[in-house]
Every structure is written in C-alpha cells, then in structure tokens.
Design a protein around this ligand. Structure first.
Ligand SMILES: *[C@@H]1O[C@H](CO)[C@@H](O)[C@H](O)[C@H]1NC(C)=O
Ligand SMILES: *[C@@H]1O[C@H](CO)[C@@H](O)[C@H](O)[C@H]1NC(C)=O
Ligand SMILES: *[C@@H]1O[C@H](CO)[C@@H](O)[C@H](O)[C@H]1NC(C)=O
Ligand SMILES: *[C@@H]1O[C@H](CO)[C@@H](O)[C@H](O)[C@H]1NC(C)=O
Ligand SMILES: *[C@@H]1O[C@H](CO)[C@@H](O)[C@H](O)[C@H]1NC(C)=O
Ligand SMILES: *[C@@H]1O[C@H](CO)[C@@H](O)[C@H](O)[C@H]1NC(C)=O
Ligand SMILES: *[C@@H]1O[C@H](CO)[C@@H](O)[C@H](O)[C@H]1NC(C)=O
Ligand SMILES: *[C@@H]1O[C@H](CO)[C@@H](O)[C@H](O)[C@H]1NC(C)=O
Ligand SMILES: *[C@@H]1O[C@H](CO)[C@@H](O)[C@H](O)[C@H]1NC(C)=O
Ligand SMILES: *[C@@H]1O[C@H](CO)[C@@H](O)[C@H](O)[C@H]1NC(C)=O
Ligand SMILES: *[C@@H]1O[C@H](CO)[C@@H](O)[C@H](O)[C@H]1NC(C)=O
Ligand SMILES: *[C@@H]1O[C@H](CO)[C@@H](O)[C@H](O)[C@H]1NC(C)=O
Length: 791
C-alpha cells in the first residue's frame, strides 16, 4: 500500500525515499544522472528485477549507474549491469522481460549459473545491443531470439551453451556476433555468411565442424573480423574463408586440419592486417617463396606451425608490428634484415633452435624498433648484442649466452622487464636494477656483490638473482623498494645476518635466502614475533641461522593467517603484461622444496604459503604460534636441533600439504590432530626421538615407512612395528583361547592382503578399524590394552 501511494507522487526524492521503505534499500544513492528521466513504474520494475536475485555482491548505487530512460516516455531504454551484481536463476517470468522498450541490454559478467536462456528475450524486440556473455548460462539458445530483428550486436560468449548454431541468420541488421567459448556443435549455416551487415564474427573455442558453402556474391560481404580458432573445422574451410576479401582480422588457430596449410590461399585477402594460424602445420613449400600476405600486414602469428626455417617472406612485410614464430623448429641465425623491418614492436621467436644473430653485436639490434622481444628457449650462444634502443621487455631465458650483461642495458630508459635467467652470463650485476619492474637473472655465473644503489621510489617488484656467485651483503638500500614483492637471492655466497630491516616493505610476499652464508639469530632483537605482514613464502634453508624462536614467533603474519577462500580467490599477485592485442604473461616462478621433491619452476600463481627453515641450527621448541598460519601449505623445519614436542597447534593448519620435521631432536608423541589433516600428502618426522603410536588417518598410513624411521619409540602403520606387539605381554591370551585366536589371525591376514596392505602387518589400527564392523567383540580385545598403554 505504502509503495503504491508513494508511487503516485511525482516528486523524485520523495519517490525514492518511498522505495527505500519498500525495498529496505537506501535508495538516496540512486539519484544518478540517467535515472531522473525514468518513469516510477520502470524504476519499480528494475528494483523487482534486482530482488529476484541474490544481489549482495552488488553496489546499489552502481546498479542504477547503467540505466537510461527515454526522456519523453520515461521507459527504460538502456540497462547495463555492473559485473558481479546478480547471482541466481534468471526465471522465465522475470520482470526484465517487461522492459519492452529496451534498446541496449548488457548483463555480462554476472552469475546466472545453470539458468537456461528464457524465451522471454524474444519479447525485447526493440533491442539493438544484447550482451549476455560470461554468465554461466546453459542449454540451447531459444528460437525466440530470431524475433530480435533490430539487433546489431549480439554477444553470448563465455557461457555453457550447447546445441547447433543459434537461429540468428534472419536478424538482418546483425553486425557483431560473438558465440565464442561455448559448447556449440554442428556446422555454420551458409546463410549466415550472406548477412548483409555482418562485419564481426567470433566463433572460437566451440565444437563446430565441417566447412561452409560460400555464397557466390561475397563481393557484397562486409566481414572484416573472423575468429574461428579452436574448433574442429575441416580443411576446406580455408578455401571458403579465402573468398571473404574484405577480411582484416583472421584467426584460424588450432583447427586440427590434417594436412599442411598452403599460404597461397591467403593471397586474395588484400585487406588483411592480422592473421593467426597457430597450431596448424604450414606447408614447407609455401614458406619458401615470397609473400602471400598483403604488404600492409601488421600482425602475424605462426606459433606451433612446424616451421623449419626462418620465413623469408617476412622480408616484404614492411608494416609488420607483431610477429610470433615461437614453438617451431627454426634453426640457424636470425637474419640481419629481420631487425630492419621499420615498424616491429613485438617479436616472439621463443622455443626454436636459433643459435645466433647475423651481423655485428654492437649494431644488429640496437637500431631495431622492437620493444618486446622474446628469444627464450633457443640455442643462442656467445655475448648478448646491445639491446634495442626502445626495448621495454626482453626475455632471453634458457639459452647459452655468455659474457657480461651489456652495459648499454642501463641506458635504455624504457627498459622495464629484464629476463636473462638460465644462461651463462658472467661479470657483475647491472647497477641500474632500480629502474626495472622485473629482473630475473637466475642461474648464471654473475659475481661481485649486489649493487647497493636502490633509490627511493624504485620501480622494482621482482628481483630474482638466485644461483649465481654473488657475495657480500644484501644491499641495505633495498628498504627503498616499497613496491618489492618478490626477492630471491638463493644459492649464492652472500654472508649477512637476517634482513629484519625488510619488514618495512609493505608488499613483500616472497623472500628466499636459502643456500647462502647467512648467520645469526632469526628472532628479532626484542625476542618477539617476526611478523612480516604480507609474506607468504619464506625460505631461509641451508644457512647458518641459529638460536631459538619464542612461542609467539609466528604472530602477526596477516597474509599467512588468512585462510584461502573456498573458491581460492586469494591469489598470489603476479604480474601480467598486456600490450595492444598481444598477450604476454609473465609469471613469478620459484624453486620450492615441497612434498620431499625438489621442484624447479613451480608457478607461484595460486596463493602458496610456505616456510622453509631446514638445514640451519635452530634449537629450542617449535613455536606454538605456527598454528596461526592457517594458509600454510608447506612447512619444512627439518635438519635443525629443535627439541620438545611437536606443537599441538599444527592440527589447525588444515591446508597443509607437506610437513617435514625430520632430523631434529623432537620428543614425545605425534599429535593425534595430524591424522585429520586431509590435504597432508607428505609428512616426514624421521630421525627424531618420537614415541607412541602414529595417528591413523588416510593421509598418514599412505606415507612411506621411511617418513617415520629413526624414532625408536614409534609404532603403528605404516611402520611394521605394531603398537599391539609392544603390549603383547598385557594381553597374553589364556591357553584355551589360543586355537580360536589363530583362526582369527587367518581371517585378518586374508583381509589385510585383500585390501592391499603388506601381509605380516596384522595388528595395525587401520586394519582394526576396517574390520570393526565385522568383529566388534574381537576388536575390543585389541583396543583394550592399546588404550591402557597410552594412559
Ligand atoms: C559504489 O559505487 C560508487 C560509485 O561507483 C563508489 O563511489 C562507492 O565507493 C562504491 N561502494 C562500494 C561499497 O563499493
Ligand atoms: C523517446 O520515445 C519517443 C516516443 O516513443 C520517441 O519518439 C523518441 O525518439 C524517443 N527518444 C529517444 C532519445 O530515444
Ligand atoms: C531528451 O534527450 C535528447 C537527446 O538525448 C535531448 O536532445 C533533449 O533535449 C532531451 N529533452 C528533454 C526534455 O530533456
Ligand atoms: C515467477 O515464477 C515463480 C515460479 O517459477 C514464482 O515463484 C514467482 O512468484 C513468479 N514471479 C512472478 C513475478 O510472477
Ligand atoms: C555462481 O552461482 C553458483 C550457484 O548459485 C555458485 O555456486 C557459485 O559459487 C557462484 N559463482 C560466483 C563466482 O559467484
Ligand atoms: C515476438 O515479438 C512480438 C512482439 O513484436 C511478440 O508478440 C511475440 O510474442 C514475440 N515472439 C516470441 C517468440 O517471443
Ligand atoms: C525469423 O525467423 C523466424 C522463424 O524462422 C520468424 O518467426 C521471424 O518472423 C523471422 N524474422 C524476420 C525478421 O524475418
Ligand atoms: C563479448 O563479451 C566478452 C566478455 O565481456 C568480451 O570479452 C568480448 O570482447 C565481447 N565481444 C565483442 C565482440 O565485443
Ligand atoms: C555459384 O555459382 C555457380 C555457377 O556460377 C553455381 O553453379 C553454384 O551453384 C553457385 N553457388 C551458390 C552457393 O549459389
Ligand atoms: C584431430 O584430428 C585427428 C585426425 O586428423 C583426430 O584423430 C583427433 O581426434 C582430432 N582432435 C580433435 C581435438 O578434434
Ligand atoms: C658456462 O661457462 C663455463 C665456462 O665459462 C663452462 O664451463 C660451463 O660449462 C658453462 N655452463 C653452461 C650451462 O653452459
Ligand atoms: C586451533 O584454533 C582454535 C581457533 O583459532 C583455537 O581455539 C585452538 O586453541 C587451536 N588449537 C590449538 C591446539 O592450538
């Protein structure tokens, strides 16, 4: 009632206040520009629409930011929801379908997971623009979509839609159609390609098959953009595509065509600017002659095309800005002419067998216009040429470059990402590290000390100089690098105390100092917590740190104390660079010792919490506060001199996957709580002074025996030493029971074999639990003394 009477007042603010009552949402925020022309019943319909969903993720003022109404009729003509606003099923009777005057509707990036597309969309037949992408819609596209005869733009990409090609080909005004990233099957209707205004067609990442008939009159086609990649079309589609002479941008990557593509097919496409043929093999014959592509081509991606020699036809493509010939089998030297193409910006020749540059090192690259250059994973040898004058990103990882890092590296003001890891560079580290965002020089033979020249406001975020011959101390000027997230100096010969002074860096997430000559206490001067708030990975293994750690040591580590969200949304920040329409993803990688295996190059993509203090000289108790680091995945304290009990609080580390406490002087029993850590894939407590029974949980009994070796007093699975044997004297069966007992032994033995346990392990608790349902009385006999033993 209240709502209705308020609605009749045409005084905007009062009206909105009344809605505040009606929907218990503070609507004052909604006084945004577009809304003032909207009719009250339209606002009510919009509110109703929102209330059909869980809109807790929605910013209520933003909800109305994307609303526009016709200023004479007051009808909603445009609705653009903010991303992540609505959650739930879009119902057939949704009030959305009453907004008949909509011209433009954008619901993309919301969550209508497992809704099918209601046929009610067919009612919105004034729509010109409709975007439903990235919403989790399932099922088929209803035939009512063919009612939307005014549509010019339709985007239903990134859903879970199925069925054959949607019935859109009589939407004669359609200009942009994006069906990519769905599960559509079948062939492309040929009538689609005679649509008079269609200029953008994206069908990538579906299961389309076959080819299509090309209408004889393609001369009237306006198709400029055609993305067909990642489908199962057959080879004939190439011929069909080659008839769309207006094409500018073409993606035919990963079509799984069984024979090599002849580039001659593209010679008729005179407007082409951009082609991606990755993942298809290209005929060697067609690589030998000169250009098939129009001379004004700007982007060419031929990654993973079985190319065996440097493609000479590139010579004539003077407008080329981007060339990607990575993941091929190209041998020999990069020709000198290549670097003289006048507009080159992005060059990727990674993952080939290239071994050098034609031309003099001082000149070959320096005058090139290249800004982003990846030479990674080839066989390049010898000294590195002077880098291009405007270089921004250089990745030469995993080659055999030798000699010094060129001095000129430091006078390229645009240089931001320098990746020279896994080579054989020698000499000093450049003095200008502060200028870069990312520097990776891991696994070379660099020597000297790390230049102490970091200035206030330095850009550096990632510095990885592990596995070199660097000596001296950590430079104290690192405190100026407030953007630093990732610092790895492992496997050098740095001699220093622990850098407590790095605590001032607000973004430091990864610190690895392992295998150096660090020494001294790891507990700060006040004996309190270490507490580097954002740190997620701390690896100080194999140094000479020592002393004891106070019980509160692991307090105040915010990043590690937060448990990962269910959906894993707390991801490790990593660096992503996007250039124009080019991808370049850079990921921080780190060597980690986890689950007892040495893993090199683990991508630190997801939130990964790890502490490694192994191979030092720590003594005293393991701090109980370790249990506060709830996001910890891997904990390694092995090879020290820790004493006392294993902290009970470890049971609170429910995400823990790897726990190594081996080679210490720990005593007492293994806390029962460890048996319930359901992700624990690796545990090692060998070579301590532990006793009592091993807690039985599925994760623990699957471990190798060696994980518990060297503790004279441990018993139970997976050790052969059964806890029952310890207590045999306590339950010596009476003579008359003996025969029955032996019979039961056989039953047990047989079951043990049948379920895959080592025969001979008879009385381990796990088996006892397994047979509990069959023989309760008998079980009581075994468990009885067991319990007594531990009281
Ligand atoms: C909601 O959006 C408005 C405008 O974009 C912004 O000023 C406000 O901070 C946002 N509120 C929340 C809680 O995100
Ligand atoms: C508003 O609606 C009227 C009546 O339907 C129409 O004539 C007019 O063109 C519309 N104005 C705009 C800006 O769309
Ligand atoms: C209605 O909108 C049109 C176009 O947006 C504008 O030219 C016109 O002045 C507006 N009329 C009123 C009454 O606000
Ligand atoms: C829409 O249909 C659902 C059942 O599918 C019903 O619960 C709901 O009340 C209906 N809503 C409207 C506005 O009619
Ligand atoms: C989307 O909704 C489904 C079902 O309500 C839910 O399980 C899922 O977590 C939601 N996803 C996001 C990203 O909110
Ligand atoms: C098509 O639009 C008309 C209104 O122009 C409507 O009456 C009809 O129900 C719509 N058809 C479908 C299948 O939605
Ligand atoms: C499109 O096709 C459907 C069904 O095939 C038909 O109902 C509709 O009237 C057609 N629309 C136009 C604009 O031709
Ligand atoms: C369709 O929507 C997706 C997701 O919002 C977007 O990435 C894509 O560029 C859109 N397609 C077109 C053709 O605009
Ligand atoms: C194209 O024209 C040829 C004759 O010129 C004819 O045989 C063929 O059927 C036509 N194809 C289509 C799809 O119209
Ligand atoms: C690729 O083609 C081969 C035969 O040429 C076929 O066996 C294979 O299943 C296809 N792969 C996909 C992903 O379609
Ligand atoms: C690096 O260079 C040294 C000599 O300078 C050589 O002994 C060593 O084998 C090289 N290492 C690699 C991985 O090429
Ligand atoms: C585990 O965490 C809970 C809640 O944070 C706490 O109350 C409990 O004492 C912890 N358990 C141990 C053994 O520290």
């Amino acid at each position: 009632m209240m709502t209705m009477s308020c609605l009749r007042l045409h005084f905007l603010s009062v009206k909105l206040l009344c809605f505040a009552f009606a929907s218990s949402i503070l609507m004052i925020d909604a006084l945004v520009v577009g809304l003032s022309t909207c009719h009250p019943d339209q606002i009510q319909a919009l509110m109703q629409f929102k209330n059909e969903f869980d809109s807790r993720g929605c910013n209520h003022s933003e909800y109305f930011n994307g609303v526009r109404c016709n200023n004479t009729t007051g009808a909603v003509t445009k609705l653009q929801l903010p991303s992540g606003c609505l959650n739930g099923i879009l119902k057939a009777n949704s009030s959305l379908f009453g907004l008949h005057q909509l011209r433009s509707l954008d619901l993309s990036h919301n969550n209508f997971t497992s809704s099918s597309l209601p046929s009610g969309f067919g009612n919105l037949n004034k729509l010109k623009v409709l975007s439903l992408s990235s919403n989790g819609f399932t099922g088929q596209v209803p035939s009512s979509f063919s009612n939307l005869s005014m549509l010019t733009d339709l985007n239903i990409s990134q859903n879970e839609l199925i069925g054959s090609f949607p019935h859109v080909w009589n939407l004669t005004k359609l200009s942009v159609l994006d069906l990519s990233h769905n599960h559509f099957t079948g062939t492309i209707p040929s009538s689609l390609l005679s649509m008079p205004f269609l200029s953008y067609l994206e069908l990538s990442e579906n299961h389309f098959t076959g080819s299509f008939e090309v209408p004889n009159s393609t001369s009237s086609s306006r198709l400029e953009t055609l993305y067909l990649g990642h489908n199962h079309f057959d080879g004939q589609i190439l011929e069909a595509v080659s008839k769309f002479i207006t094409l500018k941008d073409l993606d035919l990557s990963y079509l799984n065509i069984s024979y090599p593509i002849d580039l001659n097919l593209f010679s008729s496409l005179e407007s082409l600017l951009s082609v991606d043929l990755s993942g298809n093999s290209i005929s060697a014959a067609s690589l030998r002659s000169y250009s098939y592509f129009p001379l004004n081509m700007e982007r060419l991606v031929l990654s993973g095309c079985d190319i065996g020699q440097f493609p000479n036809f590139l010579k004539t493509l003077h407008n080329l800005e981007l060339i990607d010939i990575s993941h091929n089998k190209i041998k020999g030297k990069v020709p000198k002419w290549f670097w003289t193409l006048p507009h080159l910006l992005v060059v990727r020749v990674a993952d080939n067998s290239l071994n050098g540059f034609e031309g003099s090192l001082a000149e070959v690259l320096v005058n090139s216009s290249v800004q982003i250059l990846s030479l990674a994973s080839n066989n390049f040898k010898g000294p590195f040429p002077d880098p291009p004058r405007f270089i921004n990103l250089l990745n030469a990882r995993n080659n055999s470059f030798t000699g010094n890092i060129p001095l000129s590296t430091c006078n390229r003001s645009s240089f931001k990402l320098l990746i020279l890891s896994y080579n054989n560079f020698t000499g000093p580290i450049p003095q200008c590290l502060s200028n870069f965002r990312i520097v990776k020089l891991r696994k070379n033979n660099l020597e000297g000390s790390i230049p102490d020249m970091f200035y206030v406001g330095a850009s550096i975020q990632t510095l990885d100089i592990g596995y070199n011959q660097l000596a001296g101390q950590l430079p104290r000027s690192l405190v100026n690098c407030s953007r630093l997230q990732f610092l790895s100096v492992d496997n050098n010969i740095i001699k220093d105390t622990f850098p407590f002074w790095l605590k001032v860096l607000p973004n430091l997430q990864v610190l690895t100092l392992s295998s150096n000559k660090f020494y001294g206490p790891m507990s700060p001067y006040d004996q309190g917590p270490l507490g580097i708030p954002e740190l997620r990975i701390l690896d100080i293994s194999h140094n000479n740190f020592g002393g004891s750690l106070p019980a509160s040591y692991f307090m105040n580590w915010e990043a590690l104390s937060l448990k990962m969200n269910e959906d894993g949304s707390l991801y490790m920040v990593y660096n992503k660079e996007a250039y124009k329409n080019v991808y370049y993803i850079y990921e921080d990688v780190i060597d980690l010792q986890n689950k007892g295996l040495f893993m090199e190059q683990v991508k630190v993509l997801t939130l990964y919490g790890a502490i490694d203090f192994s191979g030092n000289r720590f003594e005293g108790n393991i701090p109980e506060s370790i249990g506060l680091l709830k996001a910890l995945i891997s904990l390694n304290l092995s090879n020290n001199a820790f004493t006392g009990q294993i902290p009970l609080s470890l049971e609170n580390l429910t995400d823990l996957e790897s726990l190594d406490l081996s080679r210490n002087k720990l005593s007492g029993t293994i806390p029962n709580g460890l048996g319930s850590l359901s992700f624990l894939a690796y545990i090692n407590v060998s070579q301590n002074q532990l006793k009592g029974d091993i807690p039985q949980g599925t994760q623990i009994i699957g471990q190798a025996k060696s994980s518990f070796d060297g503790n004279a007093g441990l018993c139970g699975l997976p050790l052969e030493q059964s806890c029952f044997e310890y207590s045999v004297p306590a339950m010596q069966p009476k003579q008359e029971d003996k025969e029955e007992e032996e019979e039961e032994d056989e039953v047990l033995n047989w079951k043990a074999v049948a379920i895959g346990f080592v025969p001979g392990v008879l009385f381990g608790l796990a088996i006892v639990k397994l047979i509990a349902s069959y023989k309760p009385e008998w079980l009581a006999k075994i468990i009885g003394p067991e319990k007594r033993k531990h009281r």
